[in-house]
Design a protein around this ligand. Structure first.
Ligand code: NAD
Length: 461
């Protein structure tokens, strides 16, 4: 065999799997047809967060007087914003390539066609076909943007989350189709950059799986910024108009038209199965490759991780699954634990959660207790200049275990990590309440929420 382990796809799941496999002593190849880093580094997590950071800085400078700082004439320089984003992406992808090389992983910059469970066909730099043989195969081919079957979806002004990252000429009005995480994050970014944003969501509710109380808080804050969010909105057609486009949709049984200079399609992503036909792997209802908790597919020795499995489409899930797959391919025993996955929305306010919602916890445990602590009770939040939001903690009343933790407010996405650890360790509310948190920090809101859940609140009634 040419390789012990071959990883197909160099995104954040695949390259992490390759590094873990190499660290375990395996001879590893990584096949990537596009850029190392995949969607996350090149067109997803990292570039969007770079744009979000620019939006935050603009907002802070515009409101500098709140901090006693005189700063006038703050305005967006979109070209520089994009240049900064491109530099970050370049530094990170080059850094990852450096790590792969340092771990002696052979990179093939080519489409990989899987011929069977042990053979992947690639093209070498001169275009010649080459069959690579491997003992174990890890499929990490990610996902592709879903393009709905709507007339006009191929008009030049209709774009996806990939193209919007490079937009230098922002129209006055933007329509976002789909109110999921991509739709909401771009609604925040494009609104902060100065566009009038309307989100059209098909379902009756935005983020149906998230904690309602916090979703409502998020939506109120979006509306205050001037972002319109319409639910039960079904787009029928997009037509060219002068200027821009007309988006035709049904809303509350009425046919409506929205004028927009740009339409962003954000209706989901689906598993990327290109090059995998020959394996004939078992698939689930969302077209994803079925895997067990070892990340092994229906074919022994063939693993699949990340978005291609059609499960939770999150970078950190792909990474965790990549490590599990690599360890199993090395002959170790590892299982993927899906009980404590953090979910994050990087808008302002930020929202993040782990574990069950109040409704889910009630259904599972019967007797639960809920504690809330608002950021208005945090000294550090005042100093920081943002007291919006709250923490909602849900415990199982019998054992006091924290079964759900939901945050909305400043740095929520950083602070949820503590909740994830609490869930991993099956921590109780008493343990979190007794954990000394540094003062003053935003992280204290978690300890305070634990106090509130125990009816022993200190900084809130
Ligand atoms: P999504 O599945 O989260 O949301 C898509 C939304 O579009 C849903 O609410 C759906 O009801 C709606 N929709 C579907 N068809 C529609 C139609 N024809 N008209 C109007 N609305 C329609 O998908 P996404 O937002 O595209 O994101 C893709 C994946 O990437 C998700 O799994 C998401 O969690 C992940 N992601 C995560 C982050 C993050 O963690 N911060 C950021 C971006 C993307």
């Amino acid at each position: 065999m040419d390789y012990d382990i071959l990883v197909l796809g160099g995104g954040i799941g695949g390259y992490v799997a390759a590094i873990r496999a190499a660290k375990g002593g395996a001879k590893v190849a990584l096949v990537e047809k596009n850029h190392i880093g995949g969607t996350c580094l090149n067109y997803g997590c990292i570039p969007t967060k770079s744009l979000i950071r620019s939006a935050e800085v603009l907002d802070t400078v515009k409101n500098a007087s709140d901090f006693g700082v005189k700063a006038t004439g703050a305005e967006l320089d979109l070209e520089s914003v994009i240049k900064r984003k491109d530099n970050i992406v370049k530094m990170l992808t080059e850094g990852v390539e450096g790590l792969l090389n340092a771990n002696q992983i052979t990179i093939y910059n080519s489409m990989g066609n899987v011929k069977d469970a042990r053979t992947v066909e690639v093209k070498d730099s001169s275009g010649k076909s080459l069959d690579l043989t491997t003992n174990k195969l890890i499929i990490a081919t990610g996902s592709v943007t879903t393009i709905p079957n709507i007339p006009g979806v191929d008009l030049p002004g209709v774009i996806t989350s990939k193209e919007v990252l490079n937009i230098t000429d922002l129209p006055e009005e933007v329509c976002i189709v789909g109110g999921g995480v991509i739709g909401l994050e771009f609604a925040y970014i494009l609104n902060a950059f100065g566009a009038k944003v309307t989100v059209l969501e098909l379902l009756p509710e935005i983020l149906p799986k998230a904690e309602r109380e916090l979703v409502n808080y998020l939506l109120d804050s979006f509306r205050e910024k001037g972002i319109s969010i319409l639910t039960k909105a079904q787009v029928n057609a997009i037509e060219e108009s002068e200027p821009g486009m007309n988006v035709m949709f049904y809303h509350n049984d009425e046919e409506k038209t929205l004028q927009s200079g740009l339409v962003l399609m954000a209706v989901g992503r689906e598993p990327n199965l290109a090059g995998l036909d020959a394996l004939n792997l078992k698939r689930n209802s969302s077209k994803g490759i079925i895997v067990n908790s070892s990340m092994e597919t229906s074919l022994p020795g063939v693993y699949a991780i990340g978005d291609v499995t059609g499960g939770v489409q999150l970078a950190h899930v792909a990474t965790a699954q990549g490590i599990v797959a690599a360890e199993n391919a090395l002959g170790e025993e590892a299982k993927f634990n899906s009980n404590s996955i953090p979910y994050c929305i990087y808008s302002k306010p930020e929202m993040a959660w782990v574990g069950l919602t109040e409704e889910e916890a009630k259904e599972k445990y019967g007797r639960i207790k809920v504690g809330r602590f608002p950021f208005t009770g945090s000294g550090k939040a005042m100093v920081y200049g943002d007291t919006s939001g709250l923490v909602k903690m849900i415990i199982d009343e019998k054992y006091g275990e924290i079964v759900g933790l939901h945050l909305i407010g400043p740095e929520a996405t950083n602070m949820i990590a503590e909740g994830v650890l609490a869930r991993m360790l099956e921590a109780t509310v008493i343990e979190l309440a007794a954990t000394i948190h540094p003062h003053p920090t935003l992280s204290e809101v978690l300890m305070e929420a634990a106090h509130m859940t125990l009816d022993q609140g200190i900084h809130y009634i």
